[in-house]
Design a protein around this ligand. Structure first.
Ligand code: GLA
Length: 750
């Protein structure tokens, strides 16, 4: 396991338990080539896989067709404009040559061109100069990233240099010992005397032989987040991207290249995931030589980062994972990675309080008495925390005003927050609150005082969305103001949870105090990350749930700060089957905000059994999103039973291995998934039959992940089965009578 350098072969070999990644230094120019990524190989003679480019000594410059070589060579971090016409990893614009540096790039062989006349070009060709290998994993300054101790991971840094521009590029690889994961990022340092502009900086690139690949993406819309789709990779580009200033509802900073027909349990899967929450680009290009080049990183749209002399830029981190055992293996790898090496804080491995959020119950229409009524009733039923959502501040009676005015709305809460919270605490319940710190309403005291703090282009009417604007978090004064607001709200009462919302994309991105507008999208994200880092440092006991109009910024970046994310505004149990399936494909259930809400459902108007809503919400953080005082007695009577189930199963749900058994999105009939204890001693099977069918009383489901030699007993009966029988023969799940019927099957090894 770990990283090895084979001097003779000039080859780096990065091994995880079941995968190998190989990188070679080729040609006299010492370019960094991508040699192999796939199933584990215990042998270092892999350079032959480079075909004609298996060459360490020849001078690239001596090729009559140097361009063809550059356009064919599989690269670790490709540049463009010098012969490689495929998707690039990096583009650097040097407006002026560094006249103090009179070197050539060493392979031009042509010193008749005066380098000082070399102004205004994009040429960049980094060559290997050195490398280091060490245990552990460094932090990425100002950026979210996975973390690992010295025993968990080895790091390889390959140092390259473009001697003409005097720019250094460091390719960083972190190789996990116990997970089939390699994380990557790059650092670019300007050692010249003049500024250069980074126009494109991808976090990772992989250049793979095409294996009849399909691209699996997670795309959607508001209330339809992360729906799984697959398309064959054709010639040219296939990808996913966001220009919304957030990872977005519509797209997701993830894709997997999967061999055609790969299933949950079979086939090759290469997963690429970006630990970033802003504009991203994730592209695969099928090239003329039947190779697929995949890149992932910050979207180059409106990106132009000035790298001043001595300046260094660090890209976000990309997560790469390989599975030769289908999608399920990728899922479980990512779940373990994110649970153990991304999410932090007090709630990392802890059960979350069962909460009730008043949003769908009251929307903006509440006051102290109403909230206390809900709290009293909730406390009796076993609910542990009340979360006060939108509308408690400024003069907010609807969504047309007051964002930015983070002081208590005294019309609704005349005795203030502290009174409300202490009354709720007296009931034995915790209290949480909603804020949308990144936003400002044009109708707010904040906007009237500081219109220049909101993004808008001088002379142009700004594009409002939900009648609100986005604060310019690239500015220090705005960051300080926003942090002051958040911390004074949190200090004003015993607030133990914060729902941090973000309800619109970025538009009109213009900052009044900088000359370089091409940095603002990224600086905005750095501002958000800084705010959240300060927040969790100053309030270590706070449970932070991020949200963005539901799941519009549910990404690994945000999970580094808050251990959970509100998955979707669509709380309908049947819609949630699809949304949670797509989300759980790459995120652990412990991060998925899921609540039982009222019917008819506020988004789709569907009526589903209360029991089913509870069962579906158990595959997440669990809570309620309704006015409990208005529930029928029979629904109310279900709540203590659901909460009991939550306490009983949450350990298994949070910490177990997730197996997708059947998909309602695919079969259009029923959904089935399992959480299996790591030691295979127990499992919880969730089965939801969507529409009842005549004669369809039972469905045989083949369980997964069990120990085939153990005997398992259904906890609710005396019947025992062998693990092998349950997996290869299956189990009959009862479809029930009526639509939308769900059941839990809990089995334990005996
Ligand atoms: C977003 C969130 C909801 C709720 C509302 C409040 O839509 O996703 O859960 O907080 O904002 O305005």
């Amino acid at each position: 396991m770990g990283v090895k350098f084979f001097e003779d072969e000039k080859l780096f070999k990065l091994d995880t338990p079941l995968s190998t990644y190989a990188i070679s230094i080729v040609y006299e120019e010492k370019l960094i080539a991508h040699t192999y990524y796939g199933k584990r190989i215990g042998w270092s003679g892999l350079n032959y896989l480079l075909g004609g480019d298996n060459n360490q000594t020849m001078k690239l410059a001596s090729f009559r067709e140097k361009g063809s070589v550059l356009d064919r060579l599989p690269m670790e971090y490709p540049t463009s404009g010098l012969g490689d016409f495929r998707e690039s990893g990096v583009e650097i614009y040097a407006p002026y040559a560094d006249t103090e540096n009179s070197a050539t790039d060493g392979n031009s062989g042509n010193r008749s061109v005066n380098p000082s006349a070399n102004s205004g070009n994009y040429g960049f060709m980094p060559s290997y100069i050195s490398h280091k290998i060490y245990r552990g994993k460094p932090k990425l300054l100002g950026l979210p990233a996975t973390f690992a101790g010295e025993g968990d991971c080895e790091t390889l840094e390959i140092e390259c240099e473009d001697t003409l521009l005097n720019i250094n590029l460091t390719l960083v690889y972190n190789v996990f010992n116990n997970l089939d994961v390699i994380t990557r990022h790059v650092k670019i340092k300007n050692n010249s005397q003049k500024s250069v502009y980074l126009k494109k900086v991808m976090s990772a690139c992989a250049d793979l032989p095409n294996n009849n690949f399909e691209m699996l993406r997670l795309s959607g819309s508001w209330a339809r987040e992360r729906s799984i789709s697959r398309v064959p990779i054709g010639c040219g580009h296939t990808g996913a991207s966001s220009l919304r200033g957030e990872s977005s509802h519509q797209s997701h900073p993830f894709f997997a290249l999967v061999s055609r027909g790969a299933s949950q349990d079979t086939g090759e899967v290469y997963g690429f995931h970006l630990v970033y929450s802003g504009n991203f680009s994730a592209m695969a290009e099928l090239t003329q030589f039947d190779r697929v080049r995949a890149v992932i990183g910050i979207n180059p749209y409106n990106f132009s980062w000035e790298l001043a002399p001595s300046g260094e830029f660090t890209s976000p981190e990309a997560v790469l994972t390989y599975s030769s055992e289908g999608l399920g293996k990728m899922t479980r790898t990512l779940h373990d990675l994110y649970r153990n090496h991304l999410v932090r804080g007090k709630y990392k491995n802890a059960k979350r309080p069962v909460l009730i959020n008043n949003w769908e119950g009251t929307y903006f229409n509440f006051n102290t008495e109403k909230l206390l009524d809900i709290a009293r009733e909730s406390a009796k039923l076993g609910i542990e925390m009340l979360v006060l959502d939108d509308g408690w501040f400024g003069k907010r009676g609807d969504d047309n005003s007051s964002l930015g005015d983070w002081f208590v709305n005294t019309e609704k809460l005349p005795q203030g927050l502290n009174y409300l919270v202490s009354e709720i605490n007296k009931l034995g319940m915790k209290f949480g609150i909603w804020m949308e710190p990144e936003m400002v309403s044009p109708n707010s005291d904040l906007y009237r005082a500081h219109p220049d703090w909101a993004f808008q282009i001088p002379g142009r009417a700004p594009t409002l969305s939900r009648n609100q604007m986005v604060l310019d978090l690239s500015r220090r004064d705005v960051i300080e103001y926003v942090y002051g607001c958040i911390s004074s709200v949190l200090k004003s009462a015993n607030i133990e949870y914060l729902k941090w919302d973000m309800n619109r994309p970025l538009t009109d991105v213009f900052s009044g105090i900088t000359k370089n507008q091409g940095e603002i999208y990224h600086r905005y994200m750095l501002g958000v990350y800084e705010l959240q880092e300060r927040l969790i440092t100053d309030f270590p006991n706070l449970l932070l749930e991020n949200c963005s109009g539901g799941g519009g910024r549910f990404d690994p970046g945000m999970l580094h700060y808050g251990p959970q994310f509100w998955c979707s505004d669509d709380t309908d149990a049947i819609e949630r089957l699809k949304i949670q399936e797509g989300t759980a494909l790459i995120y652990p259930l412990s991060t998925i905000g899921a609540h039982v809400s009222d019917c008819p459902n506020h988004i789709v108007g569907r009526v589903t059994p209360f029991e089913t809503r509870g069962i579906v919400a158990l595959a997440g953080t669990f809570g309620y999103e309704l006015d409990v005082t208005k529930l029928s007695e029979s629904d109310k009577a279900e709540i203590p039973k659901q909460i009991e189930a939550y306490h009983k199963y949450n350990e298994l749900v949070r910490g177990g291995d997730y197996y997708r058994v059947a998909s309602y999105s695919e079969n259009k009939m029923y959904d089935c998934y399992m959480c299996v204890a790591k030691d295979k001693s127990e499992a919880l099977v969730t089965f939801v039959n969507v529409l009842a069918r005549p004669g369809g009383g039972k469905v045989r489901i083949k369980l997964k992940g069990l120990d085939e030699n153990s005997m398992y007993q259904d906890v609710n009966s005396t019947q025992a089965y062998s693990g092998a029988a349950l997996m290869y023969g299956g189990l009959d799940a009862d479809c029930g009578w009526g639509d939308f019927k769900a059941q839990l099957i809990h089995i334990k090894a005996v």
